[in-house]
Design a protein around this ligand. Structure first.
Ligand code: SF4
Ligand code: SF4
Length: 417
């Protein structure tokens, strides 16, 4: 069955001609590691898109499936000498084709993104309902569910003043996000404590989605609208009366690698979006510009560091996080042995491709076991944190943490209750 003879007119997907077919991206592609077919690697996906775009082939269900299998992990972008953007290609393709070929999982994904996740009050209701049925879903075998503790959000102050005696270095607004705000407030608070400890006046923006997941799902209009909303909220004047070093402008922090990476690459040539991208960083990168003292409460145990794909291939801030983790741990940072593939979380991939997602999760867990099963696993993205919590399992004597949690613990002491 052919879905459409030409849903993507030639020239609608920029960058399709860039691929030189060298194959350097093949070894880093997780879907190709699972299934050695050309349709499962970046080169094959680009060739298929090009054939359809140039009207040399119809967009068949098989071809669509190969494209939908992509995790948009962006590992191929780092390996590619020609500078392809698989994220950009997939966004164009999915935006053009999903309205006409969406299967049930894709329709559910789009509905959740547009009708629930994009609205903080509906997300609140949805996660409240999840809290009520979580136990039942877990018994049915559903994975990657947030823990009961995560489903009870803690309070977040509007702002945090710099620690007494610290020179005020500047003002920071932290992106609270949508799911992150509801499930990962402890991590947001840890970043705030840490930045205030080193002299920043911290404000927490209003909760709200940045559109990163919409971007992956081919909801380009929604992604752009949400990124505009976040730019409007986050670029507002920070705390009234804030004085700061003229060389240190108002900084925006996102410690969610997927959100950070998405906002770094605006979907439109608009000054506010570019201003937001220029000011955007993450907590470890901001702290790495300072001369940090030894931590007052060093982490005694080795820490397994699992950088999220969008930190490795989007924000490119892995080395700053890794260096700070080294700085605060006595026993050092453990890089997992083996091939550095996506853990399979990849936004809402588990919903669309549960089997592939779980296989990649198992591969990640095996890497951790072959690395000596360190008791602390650090990773800086909400989806990866949920994935690792699910992989390790409740009750295991293993802690899955965001790097900012460890840094706050090391420099500021135990988290307040
Ligand atoms: S984004 Fe990831 S899954 Fe998709 S083609 Fe590139 S390496 Fe493969
Ligand atoms: S590395 Fe880049 S240029 Fe080479 S085959 Fe892959 S996508 Fe094409």
């Amino acid at each position: 069955m052919t879905i459409s003879s030409n849903p993507m007119p030639s020239g609608e997907i920029p960058g399709l001609e860039t691929c030189i077919h060298c194959g350097l991206c093949l070894p880093v592609c997780p879907t190709y590691a699972i299934d050695r077919r050309e349709s499962q690697n970046p080169r094959g996906r680009i060739a298929a898109l090009r054939r359809v775009s140039e009207e040399r082939a119809p967009l068949t269900p098989g071809l669509v499936a190969g494209l939908e299998d992509c995790l948009v992990c962006r590992a191929c972008e780092s390996a590619c000498p020609a500078g392809i953007s698989m994220e950009g290609l997939l966004l164009s393709h999915r935006t053009a084709t999903r309205p006409t070929h969406a299967d049930r999982a894709t329709r559910l994904e789009r509905w959740l993104l547009d009708e629930v996740i994009a609205h903080p009050e509906r997300l609140e209701l949805g996660l409240g309902a999840l809290r009520a049925v979580r136990g039942g879903l877990a018994r049915l075998g559903m994975r990657d569910l947030p823990s009961k503790e995560r489903l009870i959000p803690r309070d977040l102050p509007d702002s945090i003043e710099p620690d007494p005696g610290q020179r005020v270095r500047g003002s920071v607004t932290i992106l609270r996000g949508c799911v992150t705000d509801r499930l990962f407030r402890s991590e947001t608070l840890a970043a705030g404590r840490l930045l205030a400890h080193f002299g920043y006046r911290v404000s927490f923006g209003a909760p709200g989605c940045c559109g990163a997941l919409h971007r992956h799902a081919g909801l380009a209009d929604s992604a752009l609208r949400l990124s505009r909303e976040r730019a409007r909220d986050l670029l507002r004047e920070p705390l009234s009366g804030a004085t700061h070093d003229a060389l240190t402008p108002h900084v925006i922090v996102s410690d969610s690698a997927g959100c950070h990476a998405a906002l770094l690459e605006p979907l439109a040539e608009e000054p506010a979006l570019h201003d937001l991208a220029r000011r955007l960083t993450d907590t470890p990168s901001l702290l790495s510009t300072l001369e940090l003292p030894p931590p007052a409460h060093p982490i005694e145990e080795p820490v397994a560091f699992f950088p999220p794909c969008h930190q490795s291939h989007g924000t490119h801030t892995v080395s700053a996080t890794r260096a700070l983790l080294e700085h605060v741990t006595k026993a050092g940072v453990v890089d997992l042995v083996g091939e550095d593939f996506c853990c399979g979380a990849a936004g809402m991939y588990v919903m669309r491709r549960p089997e592939k997602s779980h296989e990649l999760g198992e591969r990640a867990r095996e890497r951790w076991e072959r690395s000596g099963s360190p008791r602390i696993i650090a990773t800086g993205n909400p989806g990866c944190l949920l994935r690792w919590e699910s992989l390790i399992g409740a009750g295991a004597n293993v802690e899955v943490v965001h790097p900012v949690t460890l840094l706050a613990r090391a420099f500021c002491g135990p988290e307040p209750l």
